[in-house]
Design a protein around this ligand. Structure first.
Ligand code: ZN
Ligand code: ZN
Length: 566
């Protein structure tokens, strides 16, 4: 009947003792993962003073009989990790045994557990069992950790960081909830509720519990697979973003992992839809045969390596790009606080607002699906910066600089996107001087430079003379561009990438060539600009990812003026 077995000694040695218990966060992680392993469908986490004073986890899992309960605090006792091979299988959550023993050694513990028959209560202090008695036979486990680090000098250090500690725990529990929508999870600190999910299995509902209804109603569902990977989840509209990368969450076979390459891929797919220093909220569930993944076996890390990484990246990139490219993103201006203050929605009514709402475009666009901007009538110019336009849906504000930037950017990119082998002879050749070491690198790359369409020669000591260059260099910026290309080649490890180079050039030039704020446009010029913007692949953002257009829906305006709806 003993579910917990002693772990193979060799294996145990691979797990560094003590590293499991670094902070309250790792204790919470360990306890909650134990609950998940015990098949719990309900887990309640209660903290006192961010967990320093008390961490209490109550679950409705299998529970333990008395023998298992006593064994649970022995070093290397585990019910899960049995062989070295299992350690690489990510479906095995966490590390048992080692962690509980470590936690016990630095705290006071009370464990109440039952398989549904006789209940057991065990008390420990500093790792020693001080009392065993019978208790309630409610199926499941309640574990209470008090005075964590009471016998270590680390305690003082943590007491000073209660706020950071709580933020970390909340972050962790949020991620656990997002990766387990089937489990009803709640988190409290000093009796204040910080999270409550309903265990219905609906990921979008968990997203709402974690991020609120505003975020939840602005998510796109993503679902894609190939023969190796199944990817599902939600990605936020570009206007929903955060300054931290932390909200791009990758879950592999039910477990939250860290993978910078996937984050990078997600971000690249959002390029120009949002500023590069802001990050989307993305929850990706990846299902994959565990043969294709390699997990770092260190218990405190969540690193993971995938075989067929390029395939996975491409799969994710293409799908996100497709979703973003196919949607209409005119951000709506909703004065949330104003509405709430004035009309006091009940919580339930607000939750119903989760249904996804896209801006309805005028009938004209029903016929012409290609166009992403509705028909708009320019009305006036505001502050010499914004165009005010209208249609039957509402009032639109267009940032004229951002709009022009987008138009110019797509135009230049299109142009630069078609490099040909044609070259332009320079009337006055350009001479470029380099340091000896730079020159050596350039000389090694003469063939690459020539392949790019430059005609170059050595000229004196450490100098290069450029006699002709390819036509795809941006007009009037030829010399600058040549210098930049050669610089990139000198920065060895990066191979010169025409596409990335063109992207930078296009963004840079589009800003320089675009009308600035305080340029007064005539109504005709405004309509011209709107029509050019309509032809863009992504008319909603400037190349830096800022919005070009926002809408005040007529309906919202009427609500604010109390003309309708109530
Ligand atoms: Zn600009
Ligand atoms: Zn811009």
């Amino acid at each position: 009947m003993t579910k917990i077995k002693i772990m193979d000694e060799l294996l145990a040695n691979k797990i560094a003792a003590g590293e499991v218990v670094e902070k309250c966060e790792s204790v919470v992680k360990e306890l909650v993962e134990n609950s998940i392993d015990a098949g719990a469908t309900e887990i309640k986490i209660e903290l006192k003073e961010s967990g320093i004073k008390e961490i209490k986890v109550t679950d409705n899992g299998f529970g333990m009989d008395r023998e298992d309960a006593k064994m649970a605090f022995f070093r290397h006792a585990t019910s899960k990790v049995l062989t070295e091979k299992d350690l690489f299988n990510i479906s095995t959550l966490g590390f048992r045994g080692e962690a509980l023993a470590s936690i016990a050694s630095v705290s006071k513990i009370e464990l109440i557990t039952s398989t549904g028959e006789v209940g057991t209560k065990i008390k420990l202090e500093g790792g020693k069992i001080i009392d065993i008695s019978s208790s309630s036979s409610r199926k499941g486990t309640i574990i209470k950790i008090n005075d964590l680090f009471f016998n270590t000098p680390a305690r003082l250090k943590y007491v000073k960081n209660l706020y950071a500690e709580l933020a970390n725990i909340t972050n962790l529990v949020n991620k656990i909830a997002l990766s387990n929508p089937n489990i009803k999870i709640s988190l409290f600190n000093n009796e204040k509720k910080l999270l409550q999910t309903d265990g219905s299995g609906d990921l979008l509902k968990v997203i709402m519990a974690v991020y609120g209804s505003e975020v939840a109603s602005n998510m796109f569902e993503i679902e894609i697979s190939d023969e190796d990977y199944e990817v599902s989840g939600f990605i936020s509209k570009p206007e929903i973003n955060r300054s931290s990368r932390n909200h791009m969450i990758t879950i592999v076979n039910g477990r939250v992992v860290k993978n910078n390459e996937i984050n990078k891929t997600i971000n690249e797919a959002y390029h120009t839809y949002k500023p590069d220093n802001l990050f989307p909220i993305v929850i990706l569930n990846i299902e994959v045969d565990s043969i294709l993944i390699d997990v770092n076996i260190h218990p405190t890390k969540q690193d993971i390596k995938f075989s067929k990484m390029e395939e996975l990246k491409l799969l994710i990139f293409k799908k996100i790009e497709e979703i973003l490219g196919g949607k209409k993103f005119i951000p709506k201006v909703i004065k949330n606080d104003y509405v709430q203050e004035t009309f006091d929605f009940s919580v339930n009514e607000k939750e119903e607002k989760i249904e996804k709402k896209e801006i309805e475009l005028s009938n004209k666009d029903e016929e012409n699906k290609e166009e992403k901007l509705p028909y708009l009538l320019a009305v006036a110019s505001l502050f010499g910066t914004y165009i005010i336009a209208q249609n039957e849906v509402g009032m639109y504000l267009i940032d004229q600089h951002a709009a022009k930037e987008r138009i110019t950017y797509e135009f230049i990119k299109d142009d630069l996107g078609r490099p040909d082998t044609n070259t332009i002879e320079l009337l006055i050749p350009i001479t470029l001087e380099y340091t000896p070491s730079e020159f050596i690198v350039l000389k090694e790359n003469f063939n690459l430079i020539k392949e790019l369409g430059f005609s170059i020669e050595e000229f004196g000591i450490n100098s290069i003379i450029v006699k002709s260059h390819p036509t795809w260099l941006p007009k009037n910026y030829e010399e600058k561009a040549i210098r930049r290309i050669f610089e990139i080649i000198i920065e060895k490890e990066k191979k010169f990438d025409i596409e990335k180079f063109n992207e930078k050039i296009a963004i840079n030039l589009s800003c320089k060539l675009s009308i600035k704020a305080n340029d007064n446009l005539s109504i005709e010029e405004m309509e011209h600009l709107i029509n050019d913007l309509r032809k863009c692949k992504n008319p909603y953002n400037c190349p830096h990812g800022r919005p070009t257009i926002i809408v005040y829906e007529k309906e919202e305006l009427e609500k604010m003026f109390k003309r309708s709806g109530f």
